[in-house]
Every structure is written in C-alpha cells, then in structure tokens.
Ligand binder design. Sequence first.
Ligand code: FE2
Length: 227
Amino acid sequence: MLDIHTHILPGIDDGADSLATSLDLCRTLHAQGIREVVATPHWCSPRFEISSTDIMQAWAKLSEAITGAVPGLRLHLGAEHHLSGLQQASSFVASLRPLGSSRSVLIEFPDDHLPDNAWSCLHAVITAGLRPIIAHPERCRGLRGQHRAIQSFLEQGGRLQFDLGNLLGHHGLMMRWRSRSQFARYRAGAIIASDSHNLKVRRPRWDELPPAWRSAVPTSLSELARN
Ligand SMILES: [Fe+2]
C-alpha cells in the first residue's frame, strides 16, 4: 500500500520532531503494510515558516537513514499545499510540488472556511495538467453543502483524501460520522491516507483498516499516476 499523506520529515513542521521519531514512524508504517510513503510537509501554510532548503535537508537526512533502518519502505517527496485564498490562481499553480514523480498534488483548505477562489484555483490546477487531491475534506466547514461543486471537481479528475484516523473515529464521533458520510457519498473519488504526525495521538492506524476500505488505498505511486 501507498500512504500519500504523512508528516514524517524530521523537524520540519508539526510532524516528526526528530530523526528518531521519523524512523519510528517509518518502521510502524512498514509493519502495518505500507511499502511506499510520500512525505508531505506543510507548504505555503501560514502556520509554518518552511523553506525549500529546510525540506531538502530533512529529506536528505531521512532518505539516507531509512536505507539501513527500514529498507523495505520506499520514500517519495511531496507536499501538503495550503490554499489560503491569498494567492492568485497562477501563482498558486506555480508553487505546487507534486507527490513524487506523479502529477498529483495534495491541497488542504483552512478548517473554518472555503476560500473564495478555491474552486477557480483547483480548476487552474487541472488545466495545468495536474491532479488536485483535497486533503481531509471532512475537516473543512466551508465544504459542507458544496455537493454539486465537489461532484463537478471529481468529474474533472480531482480526488478527495480522507484521514484514516477520522474514518475510524479516533478524533471523535462527530468527525467519524462526517468523514464516513462523505467517504460513502464520494467513494469513487476517495483515497485514504494516514496524515501521520507522530506515534501518539496522530499515529498510523493501517493495522485497523477495514478490508472493505482497502480499495481506496493506492498500491503504489505508479498506480496513483495511472488512475
Ligand atoms: Fe497533513
């Protein structure tokens, strides 16, 4: 299985705070059946000041360490883009960093609202030949009631990424109900990922994945790129 959303790079954002934690996360992911993982540090988020240099240094550190520590786990580099609404669509598209060698890009919205230019930005992403994947749509209040827009987004090739922990109910019954409702409604365009941050409250939960949801988890980056 491929996990397309993790914060496993050491010391970059609110994810792994050290190389040791990163490696513990990688070992856990591998033990739970993950064979490929995309590191998706927050990018363009108002909550973090992260430079490309920071990311590349953390990436180099983890890539080197994982070769000996977890040789069965293949790492890819991506990003979790924050769509704040403050950027023009063209500059937003120019800032995108795809998931590994694929044309997919992971994009999160603010939790409390949907930026006015959200759909036009996503349309610009698609027009540029990329595939936008909305990270944890279940968390965004502004997406509630946007069924027609979401359906149109999916018909244009977009995807929705649900957090496994939310689906399983590890972040409350309301979040479980909301995420399962959306997951069922948009099942054909749904992808499950862990959004792993650490081994405490936001840890990988692949060992709890119900068999019925397995088809919503890509098997590899090359499969994600094909479909
Ligand atoms: Fe994330």
